[in-house]
Design a protein around this ligand. Structure first.
Ligand SMILES: C[S@@+](CC[C@H](N)C(=O)[O-])C[C@H]1O[C@@H](n2cnc3c(N)ncnc32)[C@H](O)[C@@H]1O
Length: 277
């Protein structure tokens, strides 16, 4: 079968040419441009079978990123599988803000904690950005051992060596360190809401990465109260829709100062900042 026919076949199955082309290019190990430039190129039978298997998985709602095995986040390419949440564009808002804080800091050396690291996207993209500029001493923690394996793999893929990975239930196994910045995108979906999410999320992404307890706010309560002991600087938390006000109030109750929110590209309050000195 030619590339032209394979692309048509895939479109008929997925009704999405963009995804079909990404999958075909992935199987053939070529660029998408190659597909357009070589419609008469013949796809051999083994590759065609592999392509059909990937189409079947995608048709079955498996996220494209798990099938391809990678995702781009900020300035890094990350390996992903179903042990980790697929990094979202929303979380880039948190990283962009953290980057500004790091850049504007007068300190040459900074201790940073990425709590609930998952794929490692926050810790690794920051480490990658400041590789040549500042000395960052980054800790990245997660309760999931499997997620930590993915994060460690991603640190290697991106040649960053200044991240210490620790398996920890929030702060429970963390050494006694004072951090300049604690960053977190914790699980924040209310338990009941999980089953209403689209199949490619609820059926494939790890429940532990989504489940924020009955009201979705469990992780925020724990992190805001426990971070005080470890923080001499800023706490930055990613917020779900309509959660920012609650997070800001909780920070106020726990005597954080300089509390403000940062909006994402859709004008949603996405990150809450609080200071603890
Ligand atoms: C929403 S995901 C975020 C992953 C990644 N930081 C990102 O932004 O894509 C939340 C992560 O929190 C972890 N997690 C859940 N409960 C935890 C706990 N009690 N302590 C530490 N990490 C936890 C999950 O394993 C998951 O990797």
């Amino acid at each position: 079968m030619t590339i032209y026919k394979a692309r048509r076949l895939a479109f008929n199955i997925l009704k999405n040419q963009y995804e079909a082309d990404l999958l075909l290019a992935h199987v053939l190990n070529v660029s998408k441009v190659f597909l357009l430039a070589n419609p008469d190129h013949v796809v051999d039978l083994n590759m065609l079978n592999e392509f059909e298997e990937l189409l079947r998985r995608r048709k079955n709602n498996e996220p494209l990123q798990y099938i391809l095995g990678y995702v781009y986040f900020m300035n890094v390419k990350l390996y992903v599988d179903n042990n980790v949440l697929i990094p979202r564009q929303d979380t880039e808002t948190l990283v962009i803000h953290a980057r500004e804080l790091v850049r504007n800091s007068k300190k040459e050396k900074l201790n940073i904690l990425d709590m609930c690291t998952g794929s490692g996207c926050i810790a690794i993209s920051l480490a990658y950005d400041f590789k040549k500029e500042k000395k960052l001493n980054i800790y990245a923690t997660d309760i999931s051992e499997k997620a930590l394996h993915v994060a460690e793999r991603n640190a290697k893929l991106n040649n960053v060596e200044n991240i210490t990975f620790i398996q920890s239930d929030y702060f429970s196994s963390l050494p006694d360190i004072k951090f300049d910045y604690i960053l977190s995108n914790p699980p924040y979906i209310a338990k009941e809401e999980i089953r209403t999410l689209e199949p490619q999320v609820k059926d494939f992404e790890p429940e532990i990465a989504l489940d924020g307890g009955l009201d979705g706010l469990d992780a925020y309560k724990k992190i805001i109260s426990q971070a005080k002991k470890y923080l001499s600087g800023s706490l930055l938390l990613e917020a779900g829709i309509n959660q920012a006000q609650y997070i800001a109030n909780e920070m106020e109750i726990h005597s954080y100062s300089d509390i403000f929110t940062v909006k994402d590209l859709n004008n949603i309050d996405r990150v809450v900042h609080g200071l603890m000195n």
